[in-house]
Design a protein. Structure first.
Lengths: 236, 476
């Protein structure tokens, strides 16, 4: 439902001194486009260096590994963060990157509680994420400049997994790294313009939650996770 | 609380707040830090001026085509299964939100930081309905617990409070027994508020930018509270000022880059969330119902006037963080939820000159605000325009200025009077003069010399000096 739109927009048009335009798409014709020149000339290795340096500023541990060592690295990072319960997305990439055994066999065998997001179980997913010590997701796009993982939600990829647990681990396939938010925005806009339905929630996450509301002192860990780690993995 | 946060006169507020040494220290320290961080972040980007120019052209374009983009936004929100309500006034916006809350039998409401809901006084309306309304931004939570102490800064609302004061508030209201360490205070708030998020019926958010092409709204935070507000309750209501919109994700990205750098010197904040409608089929979190309330509340009256550029504002507070006047008098002196240079321009436009005619004078016109603004609002020029309007159209210059101008007009319009006056000035002012400066002036000079010295009139008048020197520079 849309309420009161016509009168509201008529008033705006009148103030602007013309009649209402709702049909002719205005052309931006931008005179400036600084984003096209920002970090765009960098090689993949140079972007990795940008990302590494940025992670030092956002209180986020950065671990680099190859795909054959990923399972071992993830396991030790989880141990370092105090183990389960673990909450994670239902995401084919866990298998593609050789983590299926860890998730479905190794951890359960050691009585580490692992909950995979399952939309059929509705609200229970939220309760599990709330109970979890660690939430684990893959990154859909990764922004080198700001050290940001971009997460596209879906019925298998709940918003709560990167939000409610006490700690958060993002697995970043190296191929997802782009220079900055510009490239992510262009990709999302491309999807919109080709008529794709974009996710109901797109999160740009940069490290753990924090606040400077008390005397401008930085406190890391407020409403979201109090710690965050990124594991960067060479693609298979 | 509406936009106006106090009944005190501007001058009384200033006198009172100038005595608050903690507040003044806190404000000065915060200004230093935020200003330095912004400059570092801007320098790192390399071509900051180009970014500003792009930000400016985007905001101008949106304002010039606001009807088109708001129409498109509403269409797309509806396509995503959301509801849109266009509210001309604060009352209409509040009535709609109340209606939605009641229809959902909502009792507990969690809110993330929103200036526009403060502006329209939404909390009070909902509390009168018997709802429990909980602010979840840490700064706003502190203020709400402290019997609704008003915010003093648009990004860091509790800037004026120290950690001991905050501990005392927590001890009194939350039975808190730990120390004043910010980490412990924040952890306590986390635990308290987490339970509220999980049990709330309704989530209310503001909106940093709406994205027209996809019908999305966006929330920019560091704490993650806006994510919780929009992920857990069954119903989400988002309230936005009608000008807070961009055409596509590409322009969104540019303005977010300007906002986070200008506000806190971060490349991006911890959480930037773009939400499109309610949860989709199969989603297990996110709201089942989504309402977008688009608020005018006086903004359209600014469109098409010489003040239109103030609507380019993206609420980063960079102007506040460099303002020498804000530094000394603090946010509460402005009597408005919008303090500092942006507040001094915007508040009289939204709230009228009756209550806020002093604000355009709370500036030295030094233009630091204009230089800091990431979307190039000519703030100091708009302050100057306000003064012109107040004097020329409204005929209500401050009384001291009126008297001084009247006296000067009288003296300067008659040659003998001017001659006598300027000859006597030095003698008349002699009792107040020390080392060529006046530090305790009489009459209209008093307000000036309370805070700074005034140069004493020279013993030798220019016209005498000129008479002596006009024959060739040799003193006879």
């Amino acid at each position: 439902m849309i309420h009161n739109r016509d009168s509201f927009l008529d008033n705006i048009a009148e103030r602007l001194g013309r009649s209402r335009n709702t049909s002719v798409k205005p052309d931006g014709n931008w005179a400036f486009r600084p984003q096209d020149k920002t970090l765009t000339g960098k090689t993949a290795d140079e972007l990795m260096e940008v990302l590494r340096n940025q992670c030092r500023l956002i209180h986020t541990e950065l671990i680099e590994t190859s795909s054959d060592k990923l399972a071992a690295v993830l396991e030790s990072t989880v141990n370092l963060y105090g183990g389960g319960p673990i909450s994670l997305w239902r995401d084919l990439r866990f298998d593609e990157f050789g983590l299926g055994k860890l998730v479905r066999e190794t951890w359960p065998a050691r009585s580490v509680e692992v909950n995979e997001w399952d939309s059929n179980r509705g609200k229970e997913n939220i309760a599990e994420a709330e109970r979890a010590n660690i939430g684990i997701t893959f990154s859909d796009m990764t922004l080198a400049e700001s050290g940001t993982v971009v997460l596209f939600s879906s019925s298998d990829k709940g918003r709560s997994v990167s939000l409610l647990p006490h700690k958060y681990i993002a697995i970043i396939p190296k191929s997802t790294v782009v220079p900055r938010m510009t490239q992510a925005a262009q990709e999302i806009s491309r999807r919109v313009q080709t008529g794709e339905t974009i996710p109901s929630c797109i999160n740009f996450i940069t490290g753990p939650s924090n606040s400077a509301d008390i005397e401008m002192n930085l406190v890391v860990g407020v409403h979201g996770p109090v710690k965050a780690a990124y594991i960067i993995v060479e693609d298979r | 609380m509406a936009m106006k946060i106090g009944e005190g006169k501007f001058k009384d507020n200033v006198n009172e707040n100038m005595q608050d040494t903690f507040m003044r220290g806190a404000v000065a320290g915060a200004q230093e830090r935020l200003r330095t961080r912004r400059l570092d972040a801007a320098e790192e980007l390399g071509n900051w001026e180009e970014w500003r120019s792009h930000g400016e052209e985007i905001r101008k374009h949106v304002l010039d085509n606001l009807d088109y983009y708001l129409h498109e936004l509403a269409e797309n929100v509806q396509k995503r299964g959301g509801h849109v309500y266009f509210a001309e006034t604060a009352d209409e916006a509040n009535a709609y939100v109340r209606e939605v809350v009641n229809s959902k039998n909502g009792k507990k409401i969690v809110k993330s930081k929103s200036m526009v809901t403060e502006e329209i006084g939404l909390n009070q309306i909902l509390e009168e309905e018997g709802c429990e309304v909980i602010e979840t931004d840490l700064g706003e939570y502190i203020l709400q617990l402290d019997d609704h102490d008003p915010p003093s800064h648009i990004v860091a609302p509790a800037l004026h409070k120290n950690k001991e004061q905050i501990r005392d508030v927590f001890a009194e209201k939350l039975d808190y027994k730990l120390t004043s360490k910010p980490e412990e205070l924040a952890l306590h708030a986390r635990e308290k508020l987490r339970q509220e998020f999980l049990t709330a019926d309704i989530g209310i958010t503001g909106c940093n930018f709406a994205i027209s092409e996809s019908g999305s709204i966006s929330l920019v935070t560091n704490e993650g509270n806006a994510r919780l507000v929009s992920a857990l309750p069954k119903t989400q209501i988002t309230v936005m000022g009608m000008e807070r919109i961009v055409p596509t994700f590409e322009e969104f990205e540019v303005l977010v880059s300007l906002l986070t750098r200008s506000a806190v010197g971060q490349k991006l904040t911890s959480y930037i969330t773009a939400l499109s409608g309610p949860r989709q089929d199969g989603d297990a979190d996110g709201p089942e119902e989504f309402h977008l309330v688009i608020v005018d509340n006086g903004r359209s009256k600014i469109l098409g006037t010489e003040f239109q550029s103030v609507l380019q504002c993206i609420r980063c507070a960079a102007c506040i963080n460099v303002c020498p006047v804000y530094r000394h008098i603090g946010g509460h002196s402005y009597n408005s939820i919008y303090p500092g240079p942006i507040g001094a321009v915007l508040t009289p436009l939204l709230g009228g000159y009756d209550d806020f005619k002093e604000l355009p004078y709370a500036s030295t016109l030094c233009a630091a605000c204009t230089d800091a603004c990431p979307v190039k609002i000519p703030l100091h020029e708009l302050l100057h325009k306000h003064r012109q309007v107040i004097v020329e159209k409204e005929g209500r210059a401050p009384i001291s200025e009126k008297l001084a101008m009247k006296a000067f007009g009288l003296g300067a319009s008659s040659n003998p009077l001017y001659g006598a006056g300027s000859k006597m000035a030095s003698t008349v002012m002699k009792p107040f003069t020390k080392d060529g400066r006046i530090s305790n002036g009489p009459g209209p000079l008093k307000t000036w010399t309370e805070i700074r010295e005034f140069p004493a009139p020279n013993k030798e008048r220019f016209r005498d000096w000129f008479k002596e020197h006009e024959s060739g520079g040799v003193k006879k």
